[in-house]
Each structure stands twice: as structure tokens, then as C-alpha cells.
Design a protein around this ligand. Structure first.
Ligand code: BGC
Length: 806
């Protein structure tokens, strides 16, 4: 142990207290031992440092910080250098604000376009997500701040997010849901990681030894600390034994007492506690030293410029008929849409940044060579029809050469804490679009949305720019692209399907039971559409440029591929070339093709460059559930170089020999997985894939401390059902107002145990047991437990405080 000297001086009370937070954001300090406190803050696309009252939902104000494009946006840049620069800028701001651990990036896999937090995540593909996450981590950590990739793992649903069991087979776990984290840890060298709220195959992520010890620490060599998501600890002692270091945010001293009791009863060993304390001490001491002599400010204009560059690199040009873009100098344009006045540039929840400034199209357009003949909000962003504004918009549009229509998903459509129920944009925007199409054929659509949306209206537009959520400098970035100052080079990091019904997890997501069954297995995003031959609107990896690129001269050898790309157009541009690998006739089922590398190349007109993409340990591997190892299937692999997953420009081959004769599956038993047609996998086949029976996710009769508050409709107590009805009514009212209430949503989806984990010691687990008894109809018994628990908890808290205050 590195900090044996300090650990030897620590009492068991000090050790136990050290392993949970002292407030919303800080760790506990111990003056007597010279242990300082460190400060954590969200988040992934800008610092959310709360100087005053803290909360994990982005409700209370935070200090001004640069609001960068969100991860869903940046992933479209496919630019690791940019990711690193952004990380460095984030790290600088964190340091200036006294933040030691930055709670991001988020890299959960976009299993379904409906996940409310998709805007915070990189991709449907683990390789791209991992590479981008690693680049952020390197940048952030270069500034002496620790990054905290989250949420580890299989956390792709917001509905009852703290009380959800993700059920999936080991191969899908490793290949799809863990590979990104593996890259962030091994290549990014992340020093902290955030354990997710949910269970993974029946064990809470934070208590999951398989995840935290066997895979994270042993397989990947992680030498940092595991921090729970806010309120994600269930059994703190089991967490510590499994490899989790810090329970956040502020469970008071109840969790510490739980830990001591667990050591005393032999449930866990003191060696486990010491090991976690040692790892946490290493982080705290290092971070403390790193933050000495820090700068107290950062260069706001320079950081704004980074945000703008990031937004331009990440914007995706989906369509450009007749080269309507870039706009000709002096073009007569109408600016239509509320988003041109009040931009939609970030998402809601814990990642919410208080920006240093926000550009709007209506303000910046004056500095570009276009003639604005009029502008109108056109539609109401809360969804109501507004005839007068619509008429104003149509009048202006009818007089313009080109209509720039700014639209997309409203603030209330996507947020942490809730999943979308469909993939449509608000109907009033579509209605306006149809009418605009009647008065002007030259429509250019500029979309703001943090996740994939259905676009049945796409034919109305001659050109479409997808900006995702592009941060505080997004407006300037959009104008740079519309006018051709910058050539677009973003490519989609997720597929845009034609309709929600086409998505692989359509029938499985979000689960309304306690378990979420990942029956679609490996077939997430393009892996599914490609294999099952489902037509999509815009494929993974797709994006246009104002120039054209030609690919030629592929060579493939043991180390990787190299090929030429030439810019055959008239303007400079950047191309994202993608390497996909396939094994036709594979004996072990696998998607038709999988991304295994990419490169972004910058080329002047007429310029040609030789591009190299190296193979790595992930290029040919698959997880063999029989040998319990990564293996390579023998055979002739197809190597494909594409401008998107659907636009393959070059093909080559390479022979690989098998690393094992043991085949994990029989094709006859897994027909859906061999064909890729996985939308309705029967129980028996899913059980074959799982290698065990499907856990019963139905409610079992009695509510437990791990059931969510929204399950109070099962409560036997009339009072509890009344609370449920009130809460549901409040939630409905907020949802209908167009501004969902994150607090109510959080309470609605949180399990009873969170009352003890997030109230700074006011509620103990004993009291939670009383509450659960009460809702299960044992009114007096429950109440008795709550009252006696309250007094016992207050007394024990005081005793404990006095022992660690020495
Ligand atoms: C979110 C995390 C976030 C934490 C602290 C949680 O609700 O899931 O992503 O870092 O709050 O705000």
C-alpha cells in the first residue's frame, strides 16, 4: 500500500467515513491526518460548478463556464485531436474553478434513439465512443484534473434508472457495452470512473465485482478510483468489497456505520476497506498537489473560439441538392424559426451549463455576406399553433430566394431523467414546414436535436444541416458553414432510421418491468440495419462536404491498411474515412460489418494523401463465451474502407488463423442472431444466448427498498397510493406545461433507498425500512421503525461526528 503510514494512523471510523462524500460535491477531509477534501463537478460539455446550494439535476445555478457542444455533437467530428483539445480546455476551466474531478465524459451506448440522455453520449458504436472518450480524458487529465467516464455500465435507459436491471449476455456486454470504457481506461488512462445506477445481470453496477474488479481493475489495469453515480450506492459494504471507492453524494454517516458493521460481522474484510482507502488517498493527495498554484481564471474568448471550432467540425450536412449551399454572396434569405432567436444548444439535467455567452443566429447573421429580407419565429417552441406568427413567416418566406428554417427538438423533448416516447419533432413545426414548402421551394433546414429524429419531411428541403446541440458558439458555426467559410466535415455517429418501428430495440425499450432485456444483443444501430437489411434514411458515418473525395490504392497487411484519398473538388475540405471489418460465412454470428478504425484527413483542392489506419487488438476479436476469452475466428476477413457505413469505396482481404477450435454457439439454436433479425426474439432463444434462464422482472408482491417511488401504485397503504396519485398528477401537469420538472422526475424514478443515500444523514436505512413497511400496509410497525430510527440515527450521527472530529 502506498499510503500505509496514513492508513495505520486512521481509526476504522475515519476510514469508513472517508469512503463516502461529505456534501453534494466534496469528499471528507481529516485535518488530523493531513487529508484534504477534493471537489467534483459535472460535466461532460462544460463545468457545472455550484458555488451555492448543490444538486445533481442542474436545478440551482452554477458559475459561468464555456458551454461546448455536447458529446453527441462532438462525436460527429470523428476527430480525436479535437476531442483532446476540448478536454484540455475543459480541464483548464475546471482547474480555474477549483474542480478536481470532472464528471464526464458520458459514453453509454445509444441502444435506442429514445434514451433521454443520448445527447450526452457519443455513439451507437463502442469503438467511436471509446476513441472520442479517450481523447477527452487525455485532454482533461493533462491539466491535472481527473476525468470520470460514466456511467459504468449498460446504462442506456432513463425510466426508473436507479432501479433497473440490465439483462444481457456476456458477449454483448463485452463487445458493445464495455469496449468504449475499455478504450477510455486503457488508452485514455482515466483515473476515475463512475459506476452506474442500474444493476447489471442482477447485481448493482456499484457492487458488481465482475465489472469493477475482474474487468476494470484486473483485465484493463485500471489504477484509479470508482465513484458511485449520485445515489447509486445500494449496499456500501458490498460496493467496497467489489472495488468501489467513494459513495456520492452525501449519505451522512449511516453508510460508514454500515461499513464498520460489515467488517465486524465478517461480511467484508478490513483489507478491502484499506485497499479502497489507499486508492482514494492516492487520488486525493495527487489532486491536491496538482491544484496548488493554479490559475484562477481562464481565457473566455479563447475558449469560446474552441467551442465554435468544435461546433463547425461536428456539423453534419445531410443533403445539398443542386449545391444550394454554400449560400452565394449577397443571397436574399428569410430567417425562420424560434431556434434562430433562442437557440437550442444544450440538454437538460446534470450537464446543464451556465454559459459565458450565447450566440444567436439573429445576432450574428449581420456579419455575413447575405441579405436578410426578414425574420420570424414562425412557430412556438412549446408546441402550440400560432396563426399570426405563421402568417408572418410565410409572408417573409415568399419574398426570399432561400429560406433558412431553424427547427428541431424542444427543450422538453429530451432530458436526463426521462426517455422520449417517440422520435417525432413537434407537429406545429412540421405544419409550418409544409406551408413554407408551398411558398418557397428553396428550403434549407437547420436542425437542433440531441438525438436521432424521424424525418418523414426531409424531401421538403433542398439542404439539411444537422447541428445536434452545438453549444454556446453554435450560431456562428452554423453561419460559417452556410456561407462556406468552413466546409462541413461532420459525419453521423448514429444512424438516422426511417421510423422508430425500424429500430432494433423497438419492442424491448424502455422496459416497463424491473428488468430490461437486451434481446437485440450485438445488433445495435448500423450493426442491425446492415445485417437485417433494414433501409435507413441516413446511415451511420454519413455526411456531405462542399467538395468530393476519391479513394484509391488500398493495401492491406498484418499491421493495418493504407490507401489514397484525393480532394477532387474546388475547395479545401476534410474527409472521415472509415475502416469496417466483416467475416463472410462466419461460424460465430456477427454483424455484417463493424467499425474498427477511422481517420480524418484535411486536403486542399487537388491534393492527395496516403492514409494509414493501424489494426489493433480489437480489429478481429470476438468474445467467446465458452473459452471466456477474446478469440479470433479463422477465415478470410473483408476489409472495407468507406466514406460511410453504406458507401464502401475500397475493399481488400486478409487471412487470419483461429485462436481456438471451441465454437461458442450452434446456429440451429440461435436463428435470429445468425440472421440479425432480432426484433422479436422468443424467450427460449434469448435464454440460449444468455446461457441461463431469464430473470423474472415482474413485481413480486411486496415493495422493497429498491423499488422506485413510481411503483407506489402497487402499495397496500392507501396513504402511499394517495402520494403516488399526487406525484403522478404533479408530473403530468409539469409534462403538459412543456417543461418537465426534473425534481419530480427524479423522485418518481428513484428507489426508496435513495432517501438514505442523498439526504446528508437525515434519513437512515433503518428509517427507509420503516417507510417500506408502511407502504406495504404495516402502518404502525412502519411508523414505529421510522420514529425510533430517527432518534437512533440522530444519536449515532452525533456520536460518530464527535469521534471523527478530533
Ligand atoms: C447523473 C450523473 C451526474 C451526477 C451528478 C446524476 O444524476 O446521472 O451523470 O454526474 O448526477 O450531478
Amino acid at each position: 500500500m502506498k499510503y500505509q503510514d496514513i492508513i495505520e494512523k486512521m481509526t476504522i471510523e475515519e476510514k469508513a467515513a472517508f469512503l463516502s462524500g461529505k456534501g453534494e460535491w466534496q469528499t471528507r477531509d481529516f485535518e488530523r491526518l493531513g487529508i484534504p477534501s477534493i471537489f467534483c463537478s459535472d460535466g461532460p460539455h462544460g463545468i457545472r460548478k455550484q458555488a451555492g446550494a448543490g444538486d445533481h439535476l442542474g436545478l440551482n445555478e452554477s458559475v459561468p463556464a464555456t458551454c461546448f457542444p455536447t458529446a453527441a455533437t462532438i462525436a460527429n467530428s470523428w476527430n480525436e485531436e479535437l476531442g483532446e483539445e476540448l478536454g484540455k480546455t475543459l480541464g483548464e476551466e475546471a482547474m480555474a474553478e477549483g474542480v478536481n474531478v470532472l464528471l464526464g465524459p458520458g459514453l453509454n451506448i445509444k441502444r435506442s434513439p429514445l434514451c433521454g440522455r443520448n445527447f450526452e453520449y457519443f455513439s451507437e458504436d463502442p469503438y467511436l465512443a471509446g476513441k472520442m472518450a479517450a481523447s477527452y480524458v487525455k485532454g482533461i487529465q493533462s491539466q491535472g484534473v481527473y476525468a470520470c467516464p460514466k456511467h459504468f455500465a449498460v446504462n442506456s435507459q432513463e425510466l426508473r434508472r436507479m432501479a433497473m436491471n440490465s439483462v444481457l449476455d456476456e458477449r454483448t456486454l463485452r463487445e458493445i457495452y464495455l469496449t468504449g470504457f475499455e478504450i477510455a481506461v486503457k488508452e485514455g488512462k482515466a483515473k476515475t470512473i463512475m459506476s452506474a445506477y442500474n444493476e447489471v445481470n442482477g447485481t448493482y453496477a456499484n457492487e458488481n465485482k465482475h465489472l469493477l474488479t475482474d474487468i476494470l481493475r484486473k483485465d484493463w489495469g485500471f489504477d484509479g478510483i470508482v465513484i458511485t453515480d449520485w445515489g447509486a450506492s445500494n449496499d456500501h459494504a458490498l460496493g467496497v468489497a467489489a472495488g468501489s471507492n467513494l459513495e456520492m453524494p452525501n449519505p451522512g454517516l449511516d453508510s460508514a456505520r454500515e461499513l464498520i458493521a460489515a467488517v465486524e460481522s465478517g461480511k467484508i474484510s478490513i483489507e478491502d476497506v484499506d485497499a479502497r482507502v489507499d486508492e482514494l488517498l492516492d487520488a486525493v493527495m495527487t489532486l491536491y498537489v496538482n491544484s496548488q498554484n493554479k490559475a484562477n481564471d481562464f481565457d473566455k474568448p479563447a475558449h469560446h473560439a474552441v467551442a465554435r471550432k468544435a461546433a463547425t467540425e461536428s456539423t453534419v450536412l445531410l443533403k445539398n441538392e443542386g449545391s444550394i449551399l454554400p449560400l452565394k454572396p449577397g443571397a436574399k434569405v428569410a430567417v425562420i424559426g424560434d431556434f434562430a432567436f433562442v437557440p437550442r444548444y444544450q440538454g437538460a439535467g446534470s450537464s446543464l451549463v451556465n454559459p459565458t455567452k450565447v450566440e444567436t443566429i439573429s445576432e450574428v447573421i449581420g456579419s455575413y455576406d447575405v441579405q436578410v429580407i426578414g425574420s420570424s419565429r414562425g412557430y412556438s417552441r412549446t408546441g402550440e399553433e400560432d396563426a399570426a406568427t405563421r402568417k408572418e413567416a410565410l409572408d417573409i418566406a415568399s419574398r426570399a430566394d432561400i429560406v433558412l428554417f431553424f427547427f428541431g427538438l424542444n427543450e422538453d423533448s429530451e432530458s436526463e431523467g426521462m426517455d422520449r416516447t417517440h422520435m417525432r419533432i413537434p407537429q406545429n413545426q412540421i405544419n409550418l414546414l409544409q406551408e413554407l414548402g408551398q411558398v418557397n421551394k428553396n428550403l434549407v433546414g437547420i436542425i437542433s436535436a440531441g438525438s436521432a429524429i424521424e424525418m418523414p419531411w426531409h424531401h421538403y428541403f433542398k439542404a439539411i444541416l444537422h447541428c445536434y446541440l452545438n453549444g454556446q458558439a453554435g450560431a456562428g458555426a452554423v453561419m460559417d458553414i452556410l456561407t462556406g467559410r468552413v466546409n462541413p466535415s461532420g459525419k453521423l455517429s448514429e444512424t438516422i432510421p426511417r421510423r422508430h418501428e425500424d429500430t432494433p430495440a423497438y419492442r424491448y425499450y424502455p422496459s416497463s418491468q424491473r428488468t430490461s432485456e437486451y434481446r437485440e444483443s450485438l445488433y445495435v444501430g448500423y450493426r442491425y440495419y446492415d445485417t437485417a437489411d433494414i433501409p435507413v434514411l441516413y446511415p451511420f458515418g454519413f455526411g456531405l462536404s462542399y467538395t468530393k473525395f476519391e479513394y484509391d490504392n488500398l493495401t492491406v497487411n498484418e499491421d493495418g491498411v493504407s490507401f489514397d484519398i484525393k480532394n477532387v473538388g474546388e475547395v479545401a475540405g476534410k474527409e472521415v474515412a472509415q475502416l469496417y471489418v466483416s467475416l463472410p460465412g462466419a461460424k460465430v454470428f456477427r454483424p455484417k460489418k463493424e467499425l474498427k478504425g477511422f481517420a480524418k484527413v484535411s486536403l486542399e483542392p487537388g491534393e492527395s494523401k496516403r492514409v494509414e489506419i493501424a489494426f489493433d487488438d480489437k480489429t478481429f476479436r470476438y468474445w467467446n463465451v465458452k473459452t471466456d476469452k477474446w478469440e479470433v475466428e479463422g477465415g478470410e476477413y473483408q476489409i472495407r474502407i468507406g466514406a460511410s457505413s453504406a458507401d464502401i469505396r475500397l475493399e481488400g482481404k486478409i487471412l487470419k488463423s483461429a485462436t481456438t477450435d471451441v465454437l461458442p454457439y450452434s446456429e440451429a439454436e440461435l436463428p435470429s442472431y445468425y440472421s440479425g433479425k432480432i426484433q422479436t426474439v422468443e424467450d427460449a432463444e434469448f435464454e440460449k444466448l444468455l446461457g441461463r434462464s431469464i430473470p423474472d422482472g415482474r413485481w413480486s408482491g411486496q415493495l422493497t427498498s429498491n423499488d422506485a417511488i413510481c411503483q407506489l401504485y402497487y402499495a397496500k397503504s392507501g396513504l402511499a397510493r394517495f402520494v403516488y396519485k399526487r406525484l403522478t398528477a404533479m408530473k403530468k401537469k409539469a409534462d403538459e406545461s412543456g417543461k418537465p420538472d426534473l425534481n419530480i422526475l427524479f423522485i418518481y424514478n428513484m428507489p426508496f433507498r435513495a432517501m438514505a443515500k442523498m439526504t446528508g444523514g437525515a434519513v437512515s436505512m433503518d428509517m427507509v425500512d420503516g417507510i417500506v413497511d408502511l407502504v406495504n400496509g404495516h402502518f404502525f410497525g412502519g411508523l414505529g421503525k421510522i420514529i425510533s430510527g430517527y432518534f437512533r440515527n440522530s444519536k449515532l450521527n452525533k456520536q460518530y461526528e464527535s469521534r471523527i472530529k478530533k
